[in-house]
Design a protein around this ligand. Structure first.
Ligand SMILES: [Zn+2]
Length: 254
């Protein structure tokens, strides 16, 4: 029997939200082969030294929305249709009721990994109000260890049923990677994760943007044992999509 370490619920519930602090905990075993990934993505290197890994996560991960992954994806797409048809309903929800329901806990049904671009207003584009979407944003909608950790938290602890990687037209991060010019500061840190999509695109920016969304979705689904396990158990779906700046329409990418 390999030695194990237990992490307190606060290790994974570091945001101090109600769901983390109050929910009963459940131990999840991670094989030693997964430690390399987790070292970068979920916990500090010091915390995973030696033996197989176990950590505790609130049981709330399995007690949140009862939506299926397909229903969660449909809810996103229905919201985007309301947005593009200018028939939004999110702002009709009573703010006081929303606050009462979300101060102590959050129960988002979907996660979205979006570019930081100001022209992609995620909650508005899906006609969603407070507490419904767990949104991670970074230029180029790339999967850094911190982004992956956030989305693992959203799915495993908060119970989001779908993760949508949302690329968008005319993405500056993808264009900059394609141009490959020297840039100041740490901006070029965005290039490496986007580079495979640029290499696949034959010089076409829009093709690269869509390829990048697909690549990042694939990385999430395959490189994260946490997410892969949820997908295998039919508790999660990871999809790539594209946001059209002119129409506001979100199209799923196959
Ligand atoms: Zn962008």
């Amino acid at each position: 029997m390999e030695s194990r370490e237990r992490f307190s619920k606060f290790d994974i519930g570091a945001c101090n939200c109600g769901a983390c602090a109050e929910a009963p905990v459940e131990t999840i075993d991670m094989s030693a082969s997964r430690r390399g990934f987790l070292r970068g993505a979920l916990v500090s290197g010091a915390a995973v030294a030696g033996g197989a890994l176990a950590f505790t996560a609130p049981r709330a991960a399995y007690a949140q929305t009862t939506m299926t992954p397909d229903a969660a994806l449909q809810a996103l797409m229905d919201g985007n249709r309301r947005f593009t048809e200018r028939k939004m309903t999110a702002f009709d929800e009573d703010l006081s009721i929303l606050k009462q329901n979300t101060v102590e806990k959050q129960e988002p049904f979907a996660s979205v990994l979006s570019c930081a671009d100001s022209r992609v207003p995620v909650e508005i584009a899906f006609d969603q109000s407070i507490g419904h979407l767990f949104v991670a944003r970074v230029a180029g909608n790339i999967t850094t260890p911190e982004i992956t950790a956030s989305l693992e938290y959203g799915a495993l602890v908060l119970g989001t049923k779908v993760i949508m990687v949302l690329g968008h037209g005319n993405c500056g991060a993808v264009k900059a990677t394609m141009e490959g010019k020297a840039v100041p500061g740490q901006i070029s840190a965005l290039y490496a994760p986007i580079r495979p999509a640029v290499d696949q695109a034959g010089g076409d920016v829009e093709v690269a943007i869509k390829a990048n969304a697909r690549n990042q979705a694939k990385t999430l689904a395959q490189a994260s044992p946490v997410l892969a396990g949820l997908i295998k158990d039919n508790k999660l779906k990871v999809v790539a999509a594209h946001y059209d700046l002119a129409t506001g329409k979100v199209a799923l990418l196959s």
